[in-house]
Design a protein around this ligand. Structure first.
Ligand SMILES: *Cc1c(COP(=O)(O)O)cnc(C)c1O
Length: 429
C-alpha cells in the first residue's frame, strides 16, 4: 500500500505541531510507523491522503456510531451554520438537547453542556467535592477520564499506551487527593474507603472500561460500588463518555441496570463535534453556578452547531431501537468470526466484548483489569495492527484501546476483517 503522501505530511506536521499530532495516540508511536493523514470518510470507510480506503473500527473514537458523514447530521449542521456559528447567549435548542438527554437517561434531572469529555469529568469531580465538602476521590487503574491534572494518575488510553508512570506538571498536592485501585476489585475499594474515613467525595468509573482495551465489570461489582457509595455518602460518577448512547440509548446505566449520582458524556453526544456534558441528581447539580457556588463555565458551551449535530444523532438513536439490535448483531458476528480463527491458530487470546465495544488481547488469562491487559503479548498486537492496516482495516493503534463497531459496517466488511485476521495468525505462528 502506497502511503507516501501521509509520510510527507507527517514530516511537515512535525515542524509545526508537537509530535505531528494534536492528540498523542494518533501518532502511532507505540505500534511503530507513521500515522495516516485522512482526507475524508463516508459510512464505514476512511480515505487517506494517498487515496487508500480503510474499514474504520475507530469511528473517531466512538461518535460515528451510524457511520461517517451521516446525511441527516451533515444537513442539520449546514442549515444551522447559515444562522451564525455562536452567540454566547441561550438558545431554545439547548433546552431541546437537555430534554432529549433527560428522556434517554431518566435519572438525569439537570444537565450542563461543555466542550469535551475532559471538561465533563473535571467539572463532575469539582461538583462532587463542592457538594460533599470532601477532597479525595477514587479512580481505577487503566480508566481514562480525560487529561485534567487530577485524572492523570494511573490513567488508561494514551497514558498507558506510552507507559507514562507519572506526568510531569501534575503536582504531588493534586495527585495526593486521587486514590487508585484495580478495576473489578471491590475489596480494594472498601479498604481505601476505610483508610480515608469521611474524606472521599466521589468514586469515578468507566462502567464498562474502554481505555485499557474493553474490560467489562464483573457481575455485582458496580452494584457493590453503588451500595458502598450510598452507605458512605460518596457521589458515584459514571464516566459514560464512551458508553453513553452506545451500549443502549440510556447508556451503561440502562444496559447494566445500575444508576449513578452523576454521569458524564462525550463522544457520541456531539456526533463528531466537540461536545461533552455532565448531569445527574437535582440535589447535587443545584450546587453548580449560577444556582450554587461551584463555578463552571464555557464561552462555546452549548454551541449551536455542536448541539444540532448531537441532537440530530441522539434523536435518531432514541427513535430507532432497531439500530442497537443491528449493531449488536454485527458485533456478535465479528466476535464469533474472530473467536473461530483465533481458536484455530493456537495463539493464546482473550476477546472482551460488551455490545459494540470489543478488543482482542493476546493473553493466556482473562483480562479483568489493567495489569491483565498490560501483561498480554502487546508486541504481537502491534504486528496485528500493521498487518490489518496493510489490508485496508483500521484498528485502534494500541492494545489499550477498544474497537468501536458502527452500524455502517457491512457483513462483507466484517468477513474481510475476519479473513485478514486469519491470514495474519497463519503467518504469525
Ligand atoms: C475519551 C474519553 C474521555 C475524554 O474525552 P475528551 O473529549 O477526549 O476530552 C473521558 N472519559 C472517557 C471514558 C473517554 O473515553
Amino acid at each position: 500500500m502506497n502511503t507516501s503522501n501521509s509520510i510527507a505530511l507527517f514530516e511537515r506536521a512535525n515542524k509545526s505541531i508537537p509530535g505531528g499530532v494534536n492528540s498523542p495516540v494518533r501518532a502511532f508511536k507505540s505500534v511503530g510507523g507513521t500515522p495516516l493523514f485522512i482526507t475524508h470518510a463516508k459510512g464505514a470507510y476512511l480515505y487517506d491522503a494517498d487515496g487508500n480506503q480503510y474499514i474504520d473500527y475507530i469511528n473517531s473514537w466512538g461518535p460515528m456510531i451510524l457511520g461517517h458523514a451521516y446525511e441527516p447530521v451533515v444537513k442539520a449542521i449546514q442549515e444551522k451554520a447559515a444562522l451564525s456559528t455562536s452567540f454566547g447567549a441561550p438558545t431554545e435548542l439547548e433546552i431541546e438537547m437537555a430534554e432529549l438527554i433527560k428522556s434517554m437517561a431518566p435519572n438525569v434531572d439537570l444537565i450542563r453542556m461543555v466542550n469535551s469529555g475532559t471538561e465533563a469529568c473535571m467539572s463532575a469531580i469539582r461538583l462532587a467535592r463542592g457538594y460533599t465538602g470532601r477532597n479525595k476521590f477514587i479512580k481505577f487503574e487503566g480508566c481514562y477520564h480525560g487529561h485534567a491534572d487530577s485524572f492523570l494518575v494511573k490513567a488508561g488510553s494514551g497514558v498507558a499506551t506510552f507507559n507514562i508512570q507519572t506526568v510531569p506538571g501534575v503536582t504531588s498536592g493534586v495527585s495526593h487527593d486521587t486514590l487508585t485501585c484495580a478495576f473489578n476489585d471491590i475489596q480494594a475499594v472498601e479498604t481505601l474507603v476505610q483508610q480515608n474515613p469521611g474524606e472521599i467525595a466521589a468514586i469515578i468509573i468507566e462502567p464498562v472500561a474502554g481505555n485499557m482495551g474493553c474490560i467489562p465489570p464483573q457481575p455485582g461489582f458496580l452494584q457493590a460500588l453503588r451500595s458502598l457509595c450510598d452507605k458512605e455518602g460518596i457521589v458515584l460518577i459514571f464516566d459514560e463518555v464512551m458508553t453513553g448512547f452506545r451500549l443502549a440509548s440510556g447508556g451503561a446505566q440502562q444496559y447494566l441496570g445500575v444508576d449513578a449520582d452523576l454521569v458524564t458524556y462525550g463522544k457520541i453526544i456531539g456526533a463528531g463535534m466537540p461536545v461533552g456534558a455532565f448531569g445527574g441528581k437535582k440535589e447535587i447539580m443545584e450546587h453548580i453556578a449560577p444556582l450554587g457556588n461551584v463555578y463552571q463555565a464555557g464561552t462555546l458551551s452549548g454551541n449551536p452547531l455542536a448541539m444540532i449535530a448531537g441532537y440530530t444523532l441522539l434523536q435518531e438513536l432514541k427513535q430507532s431501537p432497531a439500530i442497537y439490535e443491528s449493531i449488536e448483531k454485527k458485533s456478535a458476528y465479528l466476535h464469533q468470526g474472530l473467536e473461530k480463527v483465533l481458536k484455530a491458530s493456537g495463539i493464546p487470546y482473550i476477546i472482551n466484548r460488551v455490545g459494540s465495544m470489543i478488543s482482542v488481547h493476546f493473553s493466556e488469562k482473562p483480562v479483568n483489569n489493567f495489569a491483565d491487559a498490560a501483561a498480554a503479548n502487546n508486541t504481537l498486537f502491534n504486528k496485528y495492527f500493521h498487518y490489518m492496516l496493510s489490508q485496508g482495516i483500521y484498528l485502534p493503534p494500541s492494545a489499550f484501546e477498544t474497537w468501536f463497531i458502527s452500524n455502517a459496517v457491512s457483513d462483507a466488511d466484517l468477513d474481510k476483517t475476519i479473513a485478514a485476521t486469519e491470514s495474519f495468525l497463519k503467518q504469525a505462528v
